[in-house]
Design a protein around this ligand. Structure first.
Ligand code: HXC
Length: 539
């Protein structure tokens, strides 16, 4: 998650873009129809929305898009809810606004659910409008953004509204890995409705009034006896930190739209193109003092990997994704020499940077998204191994860990890795090792690469000698000596470089330059055997 600046009072949203307003004859009829559609759910419901600190569906679109660029589609679509027991009721736009506009000068498609109209619930006309705009986005290869604020399937429309969801899910899958899909949760998101965001590439939530869950607290209590609040069950903290459903948390709606705009600056319009290059004045060969101290650091001391990422990134800017979830691995975007790269990095500051179930899922999905959208991967490796324990084994670390191996091995975008301090065992293999077909593998001179760490290895190799040492002090001295010998002989980067599994042992001060140089070399990398269907399935 990008660092959010506090925003004490939400600014007034820009006025909705003017809609042509003809006034007489046939044109007068059009004006009347447009005026009626623009009413939303009426003044009282709009006021209720504002009292909750929420913007209206139209205000949100105007906030998100470049000023004056929104062109609405299907403004005049009639609701079908009137056929289902809501006769005589006016249901403007069937509770959703759809259209297209621009963000940072590039086209996007957008839909925005209007909670003031039947609680933003999804009827068949509402679903068809969303499907139409999703098709437009897919066929024209532009990102699609959903602004969600809805009570879910419209009860009065029965199975038609469920079918409407199925149509949306189908399109989510069809567009997966083809165009970026972004979901912004700005109100309730319950029942099956949660699965459309879950199928998209990125989910944003705004702190405060929003909740996501399949079954709410009442059903949970009735079914399991557990008592839980809305917030604890489906609030931002639950989904950004525990379930991993949410990639970004915002303090307010304006903060959220700012983050969406920033995210899009790192993405191409679709898998047919590359992310936009943005030149910047940051010298490729500038100093990286923190990185240069790495080899002086006690190998057991923890540090936050973010410091290293900020150090090597252009202008020290890192846009983190999924910041609150599985903090033992860090993923996100930065630019290097002006080009966008995705970073995947172990974080010794949390769980010693070991890989576990959640870290494997988080990194694997991010890597698959990068591969779908032609974004090179830079892996920063400092990993002691897999997190041990019955809970991990029974939770499926074998199955989940395999996803990370699959994602790295499958990715054909440029892959560059740097081993900073240690890379042991299966985790060494998983973190973009040479034989998973990484393009350039570098290591610092202090890196340790081996089947296992010195402490564990000497206990296996020299158990008799250690047992024979007469006193605890003698044992400790022997262990220290054996560990040093082991590190020198078996864990040195020169040993790995001698086999070709490392391309180069690099001075820390040259790392930034080496990465940029490698990226430029790999710019036109051919991707043989690529499948055109690189979907970004939720992992
Ligand atoms: C029809 C709905 C509705 C729905 C809300 N409304 N949800 N109308 N179908 N699903 C209407 C209300 O009747 C009300 O109309 C208006 O929207 C505002 O709702 P309130 O309840 O007054 O608002 P609030 O107190 O803020 O509560 C919001 C809410 C609550 C938490 C979303 O409405 C709620 O619990 N709704 C049902 C949520 C739910 O269980 N959805 C899952 C449906 S099943 P008036 O006219 O009075 O203003 C589902 C399965 C999909 O989605 C499966 C897909 C595979």
């Amino acid at each position: 998650m990008a660092k959010a600046k506090p925003e004490p009072t939400p600014p007034t949203p820009p006025a909705p873009a003017p809609i042509p307003a003809p006034s007489s004859g046939a044109n007068g009829r059009l004006k009347a129809a447009v005026d009626k559609a623009l009413q939303g759910g009426g003044e009282a419901r709009v006021q209720a929305q504002k009292t909750r600190g929420k913007f209206t569906a139209r205000e949100r679109i105007n906030y998100l898009l470049d000023e004056g660029t929104f062109l609405e589609t299907d403004l005049l679509v009639n609701s079908r809810a009137t056929e289902f027991g809501l006769k005589g009721k006016h249901i403007p736009g069937d509770g959703v606004i759809t259209g297209f506009g621009r963000i940072n000068g590039r086209d996007v498609c957008v839909y925005s659910q209007d909670f003031t109209v039947l609680g933003g619930s999804l009827g068949i006309a509402h679903a068809r409008k969303i499907c139409k705009i999703m098709d437009l986005a897919h066929d024209n290869r532009v990102p699609v953004i959903g602004l969600l604020d809805s009570g879910g399937a419209r009860i009065q429309e029965g199975v038609d509204s469920l079918d409407g969801y199925a149509e949306i899910f189908h399109r989510n899958v069809k567009s997966s890995g083809v165009i970026p899909q972004i979901s912004v949760i700005l109100g309730p998101c319950a029942g099956g409705a949660v699965y459309s965001p879950a199928l998209t590439d990125f989910v944003f939530m705004v702190e405060g009034v929003i909740h996501m869950f399949v079954t709410g607290p009442d059903v949970v209590k009735a079914a399991t006896g557990e008592e839980v609040t809305f917030d604890a069950l489906g609030g931002c903290e639950a989904h950004a930190g525990k379930s991993g459903v949410c990639h970004f948390v915002a303090k307010s709606e304006p903060d959220c739209f700012r983050q969406v705009r920033e995210l899009l600056s790192f993405l191409p319009q679709g898998r047919h193109e590359r992310a936009p290059r943005v030149a910047n004045p940051d010298p490729v060969r500038r100093a990286t003092p923190l990185l240069e101290k790495m080899c002086e650091l006690d190998p057991r001391k923890s540090y936050r990997m973010h410091h290293i990422i900020w150090q090597i990134a252009d202008e020290h800017k890192f846009f983190e994704v999924h910041a609150g979830f599985a903090r033992n691995i860090v993923v996100g975007f930065m630019r290097m020499g002006g080009d966008v790269v995705g970073v995947v990095a172990n974080n010794p500051g949390h769980m010693a940077g070991a890989l576990d179930i959640d870290a494997s899922d988080k990194a694997a999905r991010f890597i698959r998204m990068l591969n779908a959208f032609n974004i090179p991967i830079v892996s920063l490796v400092d990993v002691p191994g897999y997190w041990p324990g019955v809970q991990q084994e029974h939770g499926g670390i074998i199955r989940h860990g395999a996803k990370l191996l699959h994602a790295y091995a499958e990715a054909t975008v440029p892959k560059i890795s740097v081993i900073l301090r240690k890379a042991y065992g299966g985790a060494y293999i998983a973190m973009s090792s040479k034989h998973l077909k990484s393009d350039f593998n570098f290591a610092l001179p202090c890196a340790e690469i081996a089947v296992m760490g010195p402490a564990g290895a000497i206990e296996i190799l020299f158990s008799r000698e250690i047992a024979a040492a007469p006193t605890p002090e003698a044992k400790a001295q022997l262990r220290a000596k054996l560990a040093k010998d082991y590190a020198d002989k078996f864990a040195s980067p020169y040993q790995t470089a001698s086999t070709g599994s490392l391309d180069e042992v690099v001075e820390p001060s040259h790392i930034r330059f080496k990465i940029v140089r490698a990226l430029r070399f790999l710019k036109d990398k051919r991707r043989p055997g690529d499948s055109p269907n690189r979907g970004n399935i939720p992992l």
